[in-house]
Design a protein around this ligand. Structure first.
Ligand code: CDP
Length: 224
């Protein structure tokens, strides 16, 4: 008898499209595990930044990605036992994460680590290449989008809520630059797979998008 692997729901999309919130809500609703793949790239970036490395030090960064000692617990992320939940969300780490994510060796180093999150009863994975590269056999692939302006507004609101200062024009520019870099890279670029369902969340709350994903998953897993 062929033992089937636990189901995966892949949720990909550009920065601040609401992937994280939607993916977590879907995982909670279905009792599934959750993979925030972006956090892995952010952890590699944090270690590289703290070690004073730059992107030319590819071999050392590859080694960091292979040996990453990280733990995910609820909403917290620990690195070598240290709580880095907020540290990995800084603007400096965001920019470096997008740069290290363009290194093919780093992507390869993180591949098996991401696949290890696939455990019963199932997994909701969020990122850029969940449906295209990491879980090509996902039972449901979703591509979440929103206009760059709306995504910049969301980022602005998040920063304000944290009591941080922000500049709308700079945030919009950062989002556009990150989109361009994530879409143009040679390995696992940000793209909508042919078999992904696109959900535009520009005028949609995350809870409504999550409901749509759950409904589509139920449909897809019932299909013969
Ligand atoms: O929060 P945001 O969507 O901006 O970023 P994230 O999902 O935390 O990912 C941080 C960076 O990692 C992104 O800019 C991507 O370049 C990269 N990334 C990736 O290349 N592949 C993934 N599966 C997830 C993230």
């Amino acid at each position: 008898m062929v033992r089937s692997l636990p189901p995966v729901i892949a949720i990909d999309g550009p920065s601040a499209s609401g992937k994280g919130t939607v993916a977590k809500t879907v995982a909670r609703a279905l009792g599934f595990h959750y993979l925030d793949s972006g956090a892995l790239y952010r952890l590699v970036a944090l270690v590289a930044l703290e070690a004073g490395l730059n992107i030319e030090n590819e071999l050392t960064i590859y080694d960091i990605a292979l040996k990453l000692n990280a733990k995910f617990e609820d909403d917290a992320v620990h690195l070598e036992g240290r709580d880095v939940t907020d540290a990995i969300r800084s603007e400096a780490v965001s920019a470096t994460a997008s740069a290290v994510a363009a290194l093919p060796t780093v992507r390869r180093a993180l591949l098996e680590r991401q696949r290890a999150f696939r455990k019963p009863p199932g997994l909701v994975a969020d990122g850029r290449d969940m449906g295209s590269a990491v879980f090509p056999d996902a039972v449901l692939k979703v591509f979440l989008t929103a206009t760059p302006e709306e995504r910049a507004r969301r980022r602005y609101k998040q920063l304000m809520e944290k009591g941080l200062s922000a500049n709308m024009a700079a945030l919009l520019q950062d989002i556009q630059e990150r989109d361009a870099r994530d879409s143009a890279r040679a390995v696992a670029p940000l793209q909508k797979c042919a078999d992904a369902v696109e959900i535009d969340t520009t005028a949609m709350a995350a809870a409504a998008a999550a409901l749509q994903v759950v409904a589509r998953y139920r449909q897809a897993s019932r299909a013969p």
